[in-house]
Ligand binder design. Sequence first.
Ligand code: HEC
Length: 294
Amino acid sequence: MLPAVRTSHPIASQCCRLAAIALLSGWLCACSGSGAGLDSSGQPLSGSSSGGTIALSADFDAIQANVFTPICSVCHAGATAPQGLMLDASHSYDLLVGIPSTEVPGILRVKPGDPSNSYIIQKLEGHAAVGAQMPLGETPLPASTIAFIVQWITDGAQRGTPASTMVARFRVAAMAPENGDVLAVAPALIVVGFTRALDATRADTAAVRLERIDDAPGAATAIAVAIQASVSTANPRALLLTPRSRLPAGHYQVVLSGLPGAALSAIDGELMIAAPADANGDRIIARFTVAATP
Ligand code: HEC
């Protein structure tokens, strides 16, 4: 069930996969009815091939290995990830914890300590205000599996290995949208996850800019787009950029300032001024395209 080539070309394989899932969903139901292909906790056996042998528990790494990677990232990956939510191991934490839902922006996808006000639980239990129960078109997760995710959120929605990420070099860890993405729908929110907690007082539009690239023949120009910048209070590593109006079709870039007086800072004072990309020290961390709607 789990495609081994998932990382080869997310856009092309996504369409095929969605079609295949739609066609096979009837077969999948028949399959789970007999218990074939499921382990003792009701999980597809394919989960163990990607997740190693970590048993499911109320711990982020275990939930990633047993649920998000094998079941959810089949759809929630790459530029076509529904609602910009990528649930593969390198993105899921930064796009879940403390990040507003796209469907219901007043609710966080994961609100540490508060599972009933965490959108992911509403989606898994099937009573969210918008859209369908997850995993879409498949057998809902067993209640025992959802209970582990509820417990992880109740316990504060910690990262799997806080000790190792605390000493990490200050850099960008994950983004949505990602560099090179071509999006069919303009993102309502851009998320930049860092390896360390940010100094929220410096997370402003001097430190980070969204620019529209107008590549008229001859001279490419970058025009600043009005955004609001803030750090998620529930996930101090996540920088949230909200365009003030819907982004029209075009090419965009996210730029971090390299000026010491303006640059983002980690909570311990380290500045985001490494690896400058141009004379000002500014660094383009991603370019993406919003496709024209047909
Ligand atoms: C077959 C493809 C598919 C699978 C598998 C899938 N999803 Fe989704 N998911 C979608 C689509 C499409 C949407 C948007 C439409 C909707 O909500 O019904 C969505 C929306 C969501 C949202 C709302 C995001 C937001 O910001 O508002 C969450 C949360 C979510 N999914 C979680 C999950 C989780 C957790 C899993 C695994 C247990 C999962 N999904 C598996 C296709 C899928």
